[in-house]
Design a protein around this ligand. Structure first.
Ligand code: FES
Length: 117
């Protein structure tokens, strides 16, 4: 794998239950990433909306709207599909969150992120 990629190990993240998430710092960035357990499995995204440079969770680590079963921006109420991060309602409609590939390793989750440098 290229030097531009970093693998981040999130200990115990395999045991997240539906709607639970875990944030993590991204290398070379002020942004965070998050792993979330969704009905279609674990997914990882950058914690930043595509229409405004803000974290979706207002820094409380909660991303899931249980009523509709979608990821939510707490600032504007925008809703994102769990599977691919596509915004289907709100000011960033039609734009997806930046997703990261992940794999499960025992009880941990490994997320591969691309360095910004
Ligand atoms: S910051 Fe884009 S929908 Fe809230």
């Amino acid at each position: 794998m290229s030097d531009h990629f970093t693998t981040i190990r999130l200990a115990g993240a395999k045991s997240l239950v539906l709607g639970q998430s875990k944030t993590f710092p991204l290398p070379d960035s002020e942004d965070q990433g998050f792993v979330i357990c969704t009905p279609v499995g674990l997914r990882a995204f950058r914690n930043r909306c595509r229409h405004w440079p803000a974290p979706l969770d207002m820094d409380d680590g909660e991303f899931w709207n249980q009523e509709v079963g979608l990821i939510q921006c707490k600032i504007h109420g925008a809703l994102f599909r769990a599977d691919d991060g596509l915004c289907i309602f709100g000011p960033c409609s039609g734009h997806p969150l930046l997703g990261f590939p992940l794999e499960v390793d025992g009880e941990d989750v490994l997320v591969t992120v691309e360095s910004e440098r």
